[in-house]
Design a protein around this ligand. Sequence first.
Ligand code: G4P
Length: 528
Amino acid sequence: MSFLKEIERRRTFGIISHPDAGKTTLTEKLLLFGGAIQEAGAVKNNKIKKGATSDFMEIERQRGISVATSVLAFIYKDKKINILDTPGHKDFAEDTFRTLTAVDSVIVVIDVAKGVEEQTEKLVEVCRMRKIPMIVFINKLDREGKDAFDLLDEVEQKLGLTVTPLSFPIGMGYDFKGIYNIYEKKLNLFSNENKQTVSKGIEFTDISTPELDKIIGEKSAKTLREELELVNEVYPEFNKQEYLNSELQPVFFGSALNNFGVKELLDCFIQIAPSPQPKKAEERLIDSKEDQLTGFVFKIHANMDPNHRNRLAFIKIVSGTFKRNAPYLHIRLNKKLKFSSPNTFFAEKKEIIDESFPGDIVGIPDTGNFKIGDTLTEGEILNFKGIPSFSPEHFRYVNNADPLKAKQLFKGLDQLMDEGVAQLFTLDLNGRKVIGTVGALQYEVIQYRLEHEYGAKCSYENLNVYKACWVDPENPKNEEFKEFKRIKQRYLAKDKQGKLVFLADSAFSLQMTQDKYPTVKLHFTSEF
Ligand code: G4P
């Protein structure tokens, strides 16, 4: 197959949702269609259940699973589908944000009864900002839930999207009769008996025919006609380009658990979802069709075996063909490296591969060469953008609890930070180290992993920080910046890249600082 055809047939995307909306179930059903798994239940639930915060075996088990399910690839109707897993737990939100830099589109899953939830809002906001094309799947129609129109309103208002339904439910919960597929003009009837078989759907180009009344009953037929008329009047017509520009979001309804509405979603997805998109580097825009290899690391996963501290770096191929044993330039290290055993992911397996194409994810065993955000090329100096650090929500001093193991502690912290588990700041005043995280759970993960993988012990001490702000002086030489540095010395630190960070202890002091030093810009992300 030609290089261009390989690119065109790839669909690399992520599924995002609030925990429990049905992301795992939907993923599994998509894999079933791809023939990548044979039966339901094969994809392990990759989430940390509520209340499991101190259960480290659980965390370890989850980490094991998440290597296997980090990338799930399969072929469907000759399209190569790569699903990138995104952890649903909010304490791992950074991981999800980084994964979103490697997808070309997303599917947003929403629970029909719960509507738009907090985690969905946060993740969709990131996708909106990055103009990632989104399809919305409203799940669990077999249960009582919100009215479809109310839900569409909620999606528009809370998520700031412009939606257009491409399917519409006929009843819900106990009365759920099926779905009218607006995109294909087909009727799909729901049967409670044979849950896993997929009905072909009945062609129904003209819903005014009395045939419809015979099939779903007069009352439901009347309601459906009225509702579809309303859909027609209220919502814009689907336009593929608008969807690709992230200006319009198609909505599907269904029940992942019952495998209902999933095939419609997938069939439409492969037709409209984008193949690998151009990506911005600091230097220029790189098109996926360029023949020179470029790619970047968006995720690093520590190996499960504590005796071998090697890791797996996940690289998204942006352009060109990735070849086993070919020399590639590691931009940050300015070093050519060859990779003898790059892994590809297929269904739940990973295996060594000779060639990969744009859109694919390659897993490279690594002993410490890679950090999140690193770029590989064939020689051109390029740095892919868009993997910023966000201000953490929690801050604690980290202390060495075993003086004989200082080296191990330092190395462990260094590597865990490269993996993106948390952020490390070093205070200017006294060199003390501060760990910043998105969720409290990470502190326990770090402590556990330092001990089990590096033989080091740490303890924490509370530190009152409201936000970490990356400092961006308009003029580093002016008096104002010098005064800022002198007066605020106690609150200044460096991040791992050596960038200056202001650790504000309250919203009030942050505001005061901004007012007092207007030429010193403070940002909540490391890229601005
Ligand atoms: P997540 O990955 O988004 O966190 O959600 P997951 O797929 O694990 O689904 C959360 C729960 O919702 C699961 O039930 C799952 O079976 C259920 N679910 C998913 N899709 C549907 C649907 O279409 N209809 C109904 N009625 N339920 C659905 P659980 O009891 O938490 O877990 P399990 O014991 O079934 O695995």
